[in-house]
Design a protein around this ligand. Structure first.
Ligand code: MG
Length: 379
């Protein structure tokens, strides 16, 4: 199937920071996706918290399985809207690369630590990883991805950071939209985490079916499942409900966006960027139900007493690690301590420490905390 005129065509990419020969066999966006999958930051997602810390259970989502679910949803919608599927996949797989250990608690703690040194934003960190920190290629640092993949990765950005990014930062200053592929990856993220957090929340026992029935989206699909499958086990009924919720959200997103694109009829990607509003979105009714589910999870799961206790521990671990490493950068492995020694000023030194801490997996951060703070007898 041919690409829609408003899709990103790999043959017309705005290109890479460092010029490279065109790939053989693959398009530029396929190459981007492959480089993300081969990166070490991607492998580390396996041991990073989504909501539950990695060691709390083997069946909960991690950032890696979350990213795969985002990509799966993104690709389905991309194909049906004739958007560039490989670009959507590349953005989805890369969108959480910059996340710290311990999920949002870790990110908040690191941002607080970095307040005197330029702050810490996880989207901006994802971009730093693909632009600078990955160290694999002889000809350049980072992964040297195309403009369009980098545009999608940078979902949010402060104006201060946007000013340092040239063409990529312009949209945050001029209030323009990103490509449709980037808009889609953003909503695919939301569909994935709302639904898998319902699943993980139920599995953990921190939220119940009775509570969830207060949300319109869950209640209407749960009712339909109880009627169709009254003999099924509660576990099967929950999963049937969740798959129907995902299906409704994906279908609604596809239909509402197709109608919007038909009406707006942007001539090309630049017209999409200048459209003045996002063209990929849910219908108003489903947007409201989705928002209600999101608010429910925020209130009942993310702020649950037991999640909060883990969050508090995570914040302390990140905060104390950061302080100790900034105080004595020689505690970091040579690759990072050498960079810290070369830093021009305290901001630069703190940034190296933030890069090191942000790159840690949950279990590495816990081990490193022990190695630094707990004296042990060498056996
Ligand atoms: Mg995500």
């Amino acid at each position: 199937m041919s690409l829609a005129p408003w899709a990103c065509d790999p043959a017309r990419t705005k290109g890479r920071l460092h010029a490279e020969p065109a790939p053989t066999l693959r398009t530029d966006y396929q190459r981007d996706r492959d480089r993300v999958i081969h990166s070490s930051a991607f492998r580390r997602l396996e041991y990073k918290t989504q909501v539950f810390v990695n060691h709390e259970g083997d069946l909960f989502r991690t950032r890696l399985t979350h990213s795969l679910e985002v990509a799966q949803i993104g690709r389905t919608v991309a194909r049906s809207l004739r958007l560039e599927e490989d670009l959507v996949e590349a953005i989805c797989l890369a969108h959480d690369l910059g996340h710290t250990p311990f999920g949002h608690a870790g990110q908040d703690a690191l941002n607080a630590c970095m307040q005197g040194y330029g702050g810490f934003e996880h989207n901006f960190q994802s971009l730093r990883i693909v632009d600078e920190l990955e160290d694999r290629y002889a000809a350049f640092s980072g992964l040297n991805l195309t403009f369009e993949t980098r545009e999608g990765i940078l979902k949010h950005c402060s104006e201060k950071n946007a000013r340092t990014l040239g063409a990529l930062g312009e949209r945050f200053l001029a209030r323009r939209q990103p490509s449709l592929e980037a808009q889609l990856a953003n909503i695919a993220d939301e569909i994935a985490y709302n639904n898998h957090d319902v699943d993980d929340g139920l599995r953990s026992g921190l939220i119940t079916v009775e509570q969830l029935r207060a949300t319109a989206l869950f209640a209407r699909h749960h009712d339909a499942v109880l009627e169709r499958w009254p003999q099924a086990t509660p576990h099967q009924q929950c999963f049937e409900t969740i798959r129907r919720m995902i299906n409704e959200l994906v279908l609604d997103l596809t239909n509402a966006s197709a109608a919007e694109l038909q009406a707006a009829a942007p001539t090309d990607v630049e017209a999409v960027r200048n459209a003045g509003r996002a063209l990929i979105h849910f219908s108003a009714d489903v947007a409201r139900d989705n928002q209600q589910l999101k608010a429910f999870l925020n209130h009942n799961l993310y702020r649950h007493h037991l999640v909060y206790r883990m969050t508090a521990k995570a914040k302390r671990t990140v905060t104390e690690l950061f302080a100790a490493l900034l105080d004595d950068p020689r505690l970091m492995p040579p690759k990072f301590s050498a960079r810290a020694a070369q830093a021009q000023d305290s901001n630069g030194r703190a940034r190296v420490v933030a890069d090191y801490v942000a790159g840690m997996t949950d279990r590495y951060a816990i081990d490193e905390y022990e190695r630094i703070f707990v004296p042990r007898r060498v056996r």
